[in-house]
Design a binder for this molecule. Structure first.
Ligand SMILES: Cc1ncc(COP(=O)(O)O)c(C=O)c1O
Length: 433
């Protein structure tokens, strides 16, 4: 028997269903239950803000009112001591505002479109988990290409009991639009799609033309009565190395494409700004059917989910990020790091162009972006055997998944790339003998 919903959840659900908006019907059971506890401790604390005596807050202050902080830590951190305090469950307001502003800069076609404020998560994995809490019920199917980040299994399948319903990502080295179309138009009204460009593991991003087709399909499904939730995993956003490839997030295209489509963007500085251990990310919503109040309601549900799981996210990381985003050198340094990765990408292209014999050993999967690329060993050679031989004899480590060898060129120095591919070629040749 399902428990009674909290009155705040009832209010949010009511807001989300006003004016015939389909958003409330897209929520999972847990999503319907979620609310932000604005009237509990947090509400009472907020009400006491500015009081002469404020005994509401579970942090500690010195007698002079500054945060009570170990000096040895404060000496290392060199930031305002506010960085030692909690941030709100929504995340640091200034950082949310800054990230939103940067989203508009990085995605010019988002300008003029409506979307929520980002809510801070403990990086993208947690953002995906917040999205899953909001929208995925046990047994729901999540549609995605068959080449995906393997942690989706643990997160979505084991964690949220979703079925990962995949379509072959490539047909003749082109993104399999028809495979996606078929699953989108299959029986059932609620469709959850998960798209990740630049993709892990393949390093593939859709071309402009292909991205347009993907969005067209989603709009078509919505036109046919499907309620489509598109989870957009933008972990490697911005790392596109070829012309003609979609450099904006699909979020821009889907934000106002149809009232039956809700776009949910998961992004963050983890890979974009090379701060893997900071554990900061964002979840942002957009739908043609969302009013400002409805965005506020979705943000409240997301922040309620943060509050009920990890309470709030790392303050220190958020202050550091806010600090660097304002620095004049930030953009140049980010560009330099992008160029470091792009140089490796271009070198790999050169290696393939100058070594036609490698085609006797492996076939590179389509790639144009991100941290990775994959090769498929020729018929009859087991990639796992290649991996083991590379380790045992060639001092070379790679990952094997879905019948492919994944190469993280993000972590291989430029001057080792030639040897890396020569080693793979030699290992495959050896196994064929
Ligand atoms: C596609 C994809 N999404 C999400 C993540 C997780 O990112 P984070 O470290 O920010 O949780 C990764 C990390 O490898 C990834 O490859």
């Amino acid at each position: 028997m399902s428990q009674k919903l909290h009155e705040l959840a009832v209010e949010l659900n009511r807001t989300l269903s006003t004016d015939g908006s389909p958003i409330a019907s897209m929520l999972s059971d847990q999503g319907r239950r979620l609310y932000f506890p604005s009237r509990g401790i947090l509400g009472q604390s907020a009400a006491a803000k500015g009081s002469e005596i404020n005994a509401t807050i579970g942090t500690a202050f010195e007698n002079d009112g500054t945060p009570l902080t170990l000096e040895c830590l404060a000496d290392i951190v060199q930031l305002d001591r506010k960085a030692f305090l909690y941030t709100p469950s929504y995340g640091l307001a200034d950082l949310r505002g800054k990230w939103r502003e940067m989203m508009l800069e990085k995605n010019p076609s988002l300008r003029g479109k409506q979307f929520s404020m980002p809510v801070v998560t403990q990086a993208l994995t947690h953002g995906l988990s917040v999205a899953s809490s909001l929208f995925i019920d046990r047994g729901d199917s999540v549609i995605l290409p068959n080449l995906y980040w393997d942690n989706y299994d643990l997160l979505l399948h084991e964690g949220y009991s979703a079925e990962l319903t995949t379509f072959p990502m490539f047909v003749n080295d082109s993104f399999n639009i028809d495979g996606l179309a078929e699953l989108l138009m299959s029986a059932g009204d609620k469709k959850i799609v998960l798209l990740n460009f630049p993709n892990n593991p393949t390093g593939y991003t859709a071309s402009m033309e292909c991205a347009k087709k993907i969005c067209g399909l989603i709009t078509h499904a919505a036109d046919n009565g499907k309620k489509v939730i598109v989870l957009i995993d933008d972990a490697y956003f911005g790392l596109v190395y070829e012309d003609g490839i979609h450099t904006e997030s699909l979020f821009s295209d889907l934000a106002e494409c149809h009232a039956n489509v809700l776009a949910v963007k998961l992004d963050g500085p983890t890979k974009e700004d090379y701060v893997w251990g900071f554990r900061t990310g964002f979840i942002t919503f957009a739908s043609k059917s969302c009013s400002r109040d409805q965005y506020v309601a979705l943000e409240a549900k997301a922040a309620g989910c943060v509050r009920g799981s990890i309470s709030n996210t790392s303050s220190l990381a958020q202050y550091f990020l806010l600090h660097i985003y304002e620095l004049p050198e930030y953009r140049k340094q980010k560009r330099d790091k992008y160029n470091t990765l792009k140089e490796r990408y271009l070198r790999i292209r050169e290696i393939f162009a100058t070594h036609p014999e490698y085609a006797d050993s492996f076939h590179p999967m389509p790639f144009n972006s991100g941290y990775f690329m994959c090769v498929k060993p020729v018929e009859g050679v087991d990639p796992e055997d290649v991996r083991k031989l590379l380790l045992a004899k060639y001092n070379t480590g790679v990952i094997v998944l879905s019948g492919l060898i994944r190469i993280a060129f993000s972590s291989v120095p430029l001057n080792k790339l030639d040897l890396l591919f020569a080693n793979i070629h030699n290992a495959v040749q050896e196994l064929q003998r």
